[in-house]
Design a protein around this ligand. Structure first.
Ligand SMILES: CC(C)(COP(=O)(O)OP(=O)(O)OC[C@H]1O[C@@H](n2cnc3c(N)ncnc32)[C@H](O)[C@@H]1OP(=O)(O)O)[C@@H](O)C(=O)NCCC(=O)NCCS
Length: 221
């Protein structure tokens, strides 16, 4: 009997320790999340109607977004010669200077498009855009130039874009359709907190082929 009581007390004490540790882990995660949210809110707190996107203060976010400018055409033209961008996106092939110029002037049918800038160096590294917003869903797309890859640019851009979508549109969900075979893009979406919710009825390009498009979605905060 005494033995049972001791065992029960030990078990109760162990549970208490586990709960304490779980609470601490949750608290750390919540603090980290709030830091990021505050940083993102600072970023988009500009009162102007013209969208001005300021540099984020969060050390976790190494990039910021800004609007397209006429002189972006040159580096966008250079970036879009990249075989990977031509393989996975719907940019025209071959991609000419005229395509780049028309993109910076008219966004070529995109609802919105922003330049991704590496905050420390000021280097322009990619483009992220909103294709459309319909039935509460904002569809987005992105590419990062070869010289800006593997520094989390796409994931940073998606996180910032999600906040802008929440602020400026009625969308409740952000969706990226990603080719099943595009491992780097799927990883970027996951890194930005998106979840794969299943295959879409449409397809995505993989070079000259069309492959299964996976839906990656995230709720708008
Ligand atoms: C996909 C793309 C946007 C990623 O941009 P990025 O800024 O380099 O992305 P990240 O720095 O977040 O890195 C991507 C992740 O994929 C991983 N990755 C890169 N190439 C990979 C590959 N071939 N297979 C598996 N994982 C790969 C990286 O290691 C990184 O993982 P990590 O976060 O665990 O370190 C960029 O490669 C690109 O523009 N590709 C061509 C256009 C394109 O695919 N656009 C998206 C269409 S849906």
């Amino acid at each position: 009997m005494l033995h049972d009581q001791k065992a029960a007390r030990r078990c109760w004490f162990r549970q208490l320790l586990i709960k304490g540790a779980q609470r601490r882990v949750l608290q750390i995660a919540a603090d980290k999340f709030l830091t990021q949210i505050h940083a993102i809110q600072n970023l988009v707190s500009c009162p102007s109607n013209v969208l001005k996107i300021r540099r984020m203060q969060s050390p976790e976010i190494a990039h910021h977004l800004r609007e397209l400018q006429i002189d972006d055409a040159e580096w966008i033209y250079r970036a879009c010669q990249d075989i990977e961008i031509q393989r996975w996106t719907t940019v025209p092939r071959p991609y000419s200077r005229d395509h780049a110029e028309s993109f910076v002037l008219s966004r070529s049918g995109e609802l919105a498009a922003y330049v991704i800038v590496h905050s420390q160096s000021g280097e322009t590294v990619g483009v992220v855009g909103i294709h459309d917003v319909s039935h509460g869903i904002a569809s987005v797309g992105y590419w990062v130039a070869p010289w800006g890859r593997s520094r989390g640019a796409a994931a940073d851009a998606l996180q910032i874009l999600q906040v802008l979508i929440g602020r400026d549109t009625e969308a409740l969900t952000v969706r990226a359709l990603i080719a099943e075979t595009n491992a780097a893009s799927r990883r970027s979406a996951e890194r930005a907190g998106f979840t794969m919710t299943g295959p879409d009825t449409t397809t995505c390009p993989d070079g000259l082929n069309q492959v299964v498009a996976l839906r990656y979605e995230k709720s708008v905060c």
